[in-house]
Design a protein around this ligand. Structure first.
Ligand SMILES: [Zn+2]
Ligand SMILES: [Zn+2]
Length: 199
């Protein structure tokens, strides 16, 4: 009897230690339990490498700050967040690298992941809404959302400045830095072609 109770106590101790040291996969985890009646404010500051944007045509050059406010209503969790950082981009016109600030706000609803109880129409409706995500268990990982939001806030055709003059299509000179001699010849050539067409 003594050895049995001793064994039980030992087992309990092991499981408690396991729970504390349980290693979660990398992410930005929020404990749902921590979201009280008045909500929860959480800030993260992460090194760019943590977001794992490799082999992209941009580079995050400063720590990423994520400010989150979470509220809970029954099983639905509402997240309002703001992401701030700086990225290095390549101008789509002059091909120069430049640094741009990212400051983007987002909001998202997290629903508990349900089995097959939802009707087909319901699922289709939910899947088309980008502002809805799912959680299982007692934690939410907001890292995928943060990555998506950063990608969304980066222009597909970045410009170093609104009036970037780009490169000369003939000699490749960056026209923001200085003019080249091709331009006038280019116009003359086009005029010659127009004259020929008219004749
Ligand atoms: Zn440019
Ligand atoms: Zn030129």
């Amino acid at each position: 009897m003594v050895s049995k109770s001793h064994k039980k106590g030992f087992d309990n101790k092991v499981s408690a230690v396991d729970k504390k040291s349980a290693h979660l996969p990398e992410g930005l985890w929020i404990d749902i339990e921590d979201i009280g009646d008045e909500g929860l404010n959480v800030d993260f500051v992460k090194n760019p490498s943590y977001l794992d944007f490799r082999d992209r045509d941009f580079k995050i050059v400063k720590d990423v700050t994520i400010n989150c406010t979470l509220t809970k209503c029954d099983e639905v969790i509402y997240l309002n967040g703001q992401i701030s950082t700086f990225v290095e981009l390549t101008c789509s016109r002059c091909l120069d690298n430049f640094t741009d600030e990212i400051s983007t706000k987002f909001s998202l609803e997290y629903l508990p992941e349900k089995g097959e109880s939802s009707s087909k129409e319901e699922l289709e409706l939910i899947e088309s809404d980008l502002n809805i995500s799912y959680y299982t268990g007692d934690k939410i990982d907001i890292l995928p959302t943060v990555r998506d939001q950063i990608l969304l806030s980066i222009s597909i055709k970045p410009l170093c400045k609104g009036n970037c003059l780009g490169l000369c299509p003939h000699c490749g000179q960056n026209l923001n830095i200085s003019k080249c001699n091709c331009k006038e010849n280019d116009i003359d050539e086009r005029l010659e072609i127009l004259k020929k067409i008219k004749l």
